[in-house]
Write a protein that binds this ligand. Structure first.
Ligand SMILES: Cc1cc2nc3c(=O)[nH]c(=O)nc-3n(C[C@H](O)[C@H](O)[C@H](O)COP(=O)(O)OP(=O)(O)OC[C@H]3O[C@@H](n4cnc5c(N)ncnc54)[C@H](O)[C@@H]3O)c2cc1C
Length: 381
C-alpha cells in the first residue's frame, strides 16, 4: 500500500529535524575530518532514508517519485556528502533494475535497496568523452570478460562493493558493443586510487580506477552487448537528472535562509541590511528564482510519472534551470554575508563550494543544452 498524506507529512518533518539537528553536526564533522563517518551511512540506513524511493516489493518505502523530491529537497539543505549518499542510493537501483534478470535482481538490486551493498556509477574516463566515446573495453573468453581501461571521478568508487561500470566490446565504436557490468570491487587486476581533495563535496570518496585484464563474469552483464549505454543513459537518467535538479533547489533554499538570517541582523550605517533595497531585492530575486526552478522540476517529475515522452527534455530543462539558479542564488547569498562569508566555518562558504559540483552531475550544462536543442530543432541540426 502506498504511503498516505499524513505519513508523508510526518516523514518530511522527521527528515527536516534530522537535517537541521544531527545533519548539521555531521556536516561540521565531515568538514573537520574531510571524511564521511561510517556512522552517517549507518544512521541514514537505519532511518530508512536510503530506500525511500524504491518500490515496496523491493524492500523500499515506495514513495512516489514526485513526493520523494520533496524529501530530497530537505536532504539537500544539508552537507553535500549527505545529500549525495541519499540521492545516489535512492536512484541507482533503477539503472541496475532496468535490464536485470530475476537472478541479478536478487543479487544486486534488493541488497542495494536494503543498504547491504554499495554501488558506484562508473562511466567517466580521463581519456574519452562521457558516453558513446568510452574506451574501456572487454575481451570475452568463455564465460568471462577481461576488462581493461581507466575510469576517474567515481563517487564512492573506493568504498563500495560493486562498480556499475560501462565499457565496450573491444573493437566496437559508438554505442554499438557497449556493455554494462556489475564489477566486484575486489576483482583482481584493478588498481584503486583515492583521488586528491575536491573543492567541495568534502568527505565523499572519489576513485581513479585502472583495470588490466580484470576478470568479470559474463553473468554480471546487465542487458545485452550493445545495451550498455541504455543502462547508463536510458530510463534511469531522466529521474536522476530531475532528482539532481531538486538537490539544487534544496541547497539554494539553505543558502537563502542563511542570507535572510544575516540580512536581518547585520547593521551598517544605522540600519539592518534587510532594510536596504539593494539587498532586499537580491533576496526577492532569489526567492522567485528558487520557486521557478522547484516548480519546473516538479512538473518534469510529474510528466515522467505519467509516462510522457517529453519528460526527457523536461528533465534537461529542469537540471539546466536549477543549476544556473543555484549559481545565482549562492552568489547573492554570499554577497549578502559580506567578506566574513568567504571564511570558514561560515556554512555559506561551504555551500558556495558545494554548489559548483552540481554543474557536473548528471550532465553538464552543455550536455543539457545539446539534449534540448536536439528536441526543439529536430532534423535541422
Ligand atoms: C563531484 C563530482 C562527482 C562525480 N561523480 C561521478 C561518478 O560517480 N561517476 C561518473 O561516472 N562520473 C562522475 N563525475 C564526472 C562527471 O560526470 C563529469 O565530470 C562530467 O560528465 C563531464 O565530463 P568530463 O569531466 O569528462 O568533462 P569533458 O568531457 O572533458 O568536458 C569538458 C567541458 O567540455 C564540455 N563538452 C564536452 N563534450 C562536449 C560536446 N560534445 N559538446 C559541447 N560541450 C562539450 C563539457 O560540458 C565540459 O564543460 C563526477 C564529477 C564531479 C565533479
Amino acid at each position: 500500500m502506498s504511503i498516505g498524506e499524513a505519513a508523508l507529512r510526518e516523514l518530511a518533518g522527521e527528515v527536516e529535524a534530522f537535517v537541521r539537528g544531527p545533519g548539521e553536526e555531521y556536516a561540521r564533522q565531515i568538514e573537520r575530518d574531510h571524511a564521511v563517518p561510517p556512522g552517517l551511512w549507518d544512521e541514514l540506513r537505519q532511518r530508512g532514508y536510503l530506500s525511500l524511493a524504491a518500490p515496496q516489493e523491493y524492500g523500499g518505502r515506495g514513495i512516489p517519485f514526485s513526493r520523494f523530491l520533496e524529501l530530497i529537497e530537505l536532504f539537500s539543505m544539508s552537507h553535500a556528502s549527505l545529500r549525495m549518499i541519499v540521492h545516489v542510493c535512492n536512484g541507482i537501483w533503477r539503472a541496475i533494475d532496468q535490464f536485470a534478470t530475476d537472478e541479478q535482481r536478487k543479487q544486486f538490486v534488493l541488497p542495494q535497496v536494503s543498504g547491504d551493498i554499495r554501488v558506484a556509477f562508473t562511466l567517466t574516463e580521463p581519456t574519452a568523452g562521457t558516453g558513446a566515446d568510452i574506451r574501456s573495453s572487454v575481451v570475452r573468453e568463455g564465460d568471462t570478460y577481461y576488462l581493461s581501461g581507466e575510469k576517474h571521478l567515481i563517487t564512492f568508487g573506493v568504498n563500495c562493493d560493486y562498480w556499475l561500470l560501462f565499457a565496450r566490446v573491444a573493437g566496437t565504436r559508438g554505442a554499438d558493443g557497449t556493455v554494462a557490468l556489475m564489477v566486484d570491487r575486489h576483482v583482481p587486476g584493478v588498481t584503486v586510487e583515492p583521488m586528491a581533495e575536491t573543492m567541495g563535496v568534502r568527505g565523499t570518496d572519489h576513485a581513479h580506477l585502472i583495470f588490466d585484464a580484470a576478470p568479470v563474469p559474463v553473468a554480471n552483464r546487465l542487458g545485452e552487448e550493445g545495451q550498455g549505454l541504455q543502462v547508463a543513459l536510458g530510463g534511469f537518467l531522466t529521474p536522476s537528472r530531475i532528482s539532481v535538479a531538486m538537490t539544487c533547489v534544496g541547497l539554494a533554499r539553505r543558502a537563502q535562509e542563511l542570507a535572510i538570517e544575516r540580512a536581518k541582523v547585520r547593521e551598517t550605517f544605522g540600519k539592518v541590511l534587510a532594510k536596504r533595497q539593494a539587498i532586499a531585492f537580491a533576496l526577492a530575486e532569489n526567492a522567485a528564482d528558487i520557486e521557478a526552478a522547484r516548480q519546473l522540476t516538479l512538473h518534469a517529475a510529474r510528466r515522467w510519472e505519467a509516462g510522457d515522452p517529453a519528460a526527457g527534455t523536461l528533465s534537461s530543462m529542469a537540471k539546466l534551470t536549477a543549476v544556473d539558479m543555484l549559481t545565482r542564488v549562492t552568489d547573492k547569498a554570499l554577497q549578502t554575508f559580506g567578506g566574513i562569508g568567504y571564511w570558514e566555518p561560515h556554512p555559506i562558504e561551504r555551500i558556495y563550494r558545494d554548489a559548483r559540483a552540481q554543474r557536473f552531475e548528471e550532465g553538464t550544462n552543455e550536455i543539457q543544452k545539446t539534449v534540448i536543442a536536439r528536441d526543439i530543432l529536430g532534423g535541422a541540426r
